[in-house]
Ligand binder design. Structure first.
Ligand SMILES: *Cc1c(COP(=O)(O)O)cnc(C)c1O
Ligand code: SF4
Length: 368
C-alpha cells in the first residue's frame, strides 16, 4: 500500500472527525409548530428515523404540503406504511453479489464503486433510499473502515471511477475530505481514465457549505465530477446558484439527480421548470430516478408511467441539455435501467419506423 492510504488506514477505530454541525431543526418540538401531527406521533417518527432540516431549507417552504415541505417534514406514513424493503437496492455488503467487499463500498458495476465516507446529512430527506441507516451516529465510518475500502480499491485495478457518497460526503470537514481525496487520488490518478465523483445534496440543502476553501480542496483532485440533488424548482435560489457557480468555476462539472416524488415533482410542468432552472445555474440534469420501494417512503412512489410521461414532455419540447435519463434502480441490485417512451415503432432489415416528440411517424432506411 502506498504511504498516503497507509497513513489514513493506520488510525484508530474512530470516525474521521465530528461531522460539520449544520444546526437547524432536529427535535419534535421544533417541528410541531408547522407539522399537522401531534407531538406523540412526531416522537414516534423521530424514534424510528432521523429528522434534520437546515434553517435555510426550512425557509424555502412557501406553504404547508408544498414540494419543499414534503421533502423535509415527517409524515405519519413513514411508520404506518410497512410496504417496501429496508435495503431494496442490495447495497449492504451482505446483499452484494461480489464477495469480500468492505462495508463502506458497493461494487456493483465493473469499473466503479460507491464509497460511503459519511453517514450524516445536512438534511434528512423523508424519501431517502438509505433511511435505514443515515443519521445513525453509531454507523459513522471509522478510519479503519475507510482504510479497508482504500485497500480494496488499490487491489482492484479494474476500478477507475470512485464515487464518494454517504450520507453526504460534504458533511466532513475540509481537512478530512482533503485527506480522503488525496488517498483516493493517489490510487485513481494512476489508472487509465481515472476519475473521482462526489454525490452530495449540500448545494441544495446547505449551499453556504460551498466555500472557496472547499472548492480549493476539491480542485486539487481533477478530474473531479459532482452530482447534486435538486427535486423542486423552489430549491433553485440565489444561494444555490452561487454554490453551483463556485463549483463550476473550480472546473467541476456539476450534474443533478432528481427523484420522482409524488406530490413534489410528479408533474411535467414542474419538472420542466426544474430542469430549465438547473441549466440556468450551470447544473446539467443527469438522472431522474423512479422512487425506490423503500420502507418508510412508499407514500412518495408514483407509477412508472408518470416518469415516462415526464420524459416525453421534456425530450424535443425543451433543450436536450434539460433532458436527463429516466432510470429505475432495479430492486435486488440490478443497477440503473433506463426507460424510454416508445419512440421506436418497428425495426426490420430494411427500415426503422419511429415516432418523434410530436407523435409524428418517420422512417429511416437501413444501411445494407
Ligand atoms: C448509481 C451507482 C453508480 C454510478 O452509476 P452511473 O450510472 O455510472 O452514474 C455506481 N455504483 C452504484 C452502486 C450505484 O448505485
Ligand atoms: S441527502 Fe441524500 S443520503 Fe442524505 S437523507 Fe437526503 S437523500 Fe438521503
Amino acid at each position: 500500500m502506498n504511504d498516503n492510504s497507509a497513513s489514513v488506514a493506520k488510525s484508530e477505530d474512530e470516525p474521521p472527525n465530528p461531522a460539520i454541525e449544520p444546526g437547524g431543526i432536529v427535535s419534535a418540538d421544533q417541528v410541531s409548530g408547522i407539522s399537522k401531527l401531534n407531538k406523540d406521533n412526531l416522537k414516534k417518527i423521530f424514534d424510528k428515523y432521523p429528522v434534520r432540516i437546515t434553517n435555510y431549507y426550512f425557509s424555502l417552504i412557501k406553504e404547508k404540503d408544498d414540494g419543499v415541505y414534503k421533502q423535509c417534514i415527517p409524515s405519519m406514513e413513514e411508520i404506518s406504511d410497512l410496504g417496501g424493503e429496508e435495503d431494496p437496492l442490495n447495497e449492504e455488503p451482505e446483499h452484494q453479489v461480489r464477495q469480500g467487499v468492505p462495508s463502506l463500498l458497493t461494487h456493483r458495476y465493473p469499473d466503479r464503486v460507491l464509497f460511503r465516507i459519511s453517514n450524516s446529512c445536512a438534511m434528512y430527506c423523508r424519501f431517502c433510499t438509505r433511511k435505514r441507516k443515515v443519521g445513525d451516529v453509531n454507523k459513522q465510518p471509522t478510519w479503519k473502515e475507510i482504510g479497508k475500502a482504500l485497500l480494496y480499491i488499490q487491489e482492484h485495478g479494474e476500478i477507475r471511477d470512485v464515487i464518494l457518497s454517504g450520507g453526504d460526503p460534504l458533511m466532513l470537514p475540509d481537512k478530512t475530505l482533503d485527506k480522503i481525496l488525496a488517498a483516493v487520488y493517489l490510487i485513481i490518478s494512476k489508472r487509465e481514465n481515472g476519475i473521482i465523483r462526489i454525490g452530495t445534496r449540500i448545494p441544495c440543502v446547505l449551499p453556504q457549505r460551498i466555500t472557496q476553501e472547499l472548492c480549493d480542496v476539491l480542485k486539487k483532485y481533477h478530474p473531479i465530477y459532482l452530482n447534486t440533488h435538486f427535486n423542486h424548482p423552489n430549491e433553485i435560489t440565489t444561494e444555490s446558484k452561487r454554490a453551483c457557480g463556485m463549483l463550476a468555476d473550480a472546473g467541476i462539472p456539476v450534474g443533478n439527480q432528481t427523484v420522482l416524488l409524488k406530490g413534489v415533482n410528479d408533474n411535467p410542468e414542474i419538472m420542466k421548470e426544474l430542469m430549465q432552472r438547473l441549466i440556468s445555474i450551470r447544473v446539467r440534469p443527469y438522472y431522474i430516478y423512479q422512487c425506490d420501494p423503500v420502507r418508510g417512503a412508499n407514500h412518495f412512489r408514483t407509477r412508472v408511467e408518470k416518469g415516462l410521461e415526464i420524459y416525453k414532455a421534456l425530450r424535443g419540447h425543451t433543450s436536450g441539455l434539460c433532458v436527463p435519463h429516466f432510470v429505475i434502480d432495479a430492486p435486488g441490485g440490478g443497477g440503473k435501467i433506463p426507460l424510454l417512451p416508445e419512440y421506436l415503432q418497428t425495426i426490420t432489415d430494411e427500415k426503422v419506423v419511429m415516432k418523434n416528440y410530436e407523435e409524428k411517424e418517420f422512417e429511416y432506411i437501413q444501411a445494407d
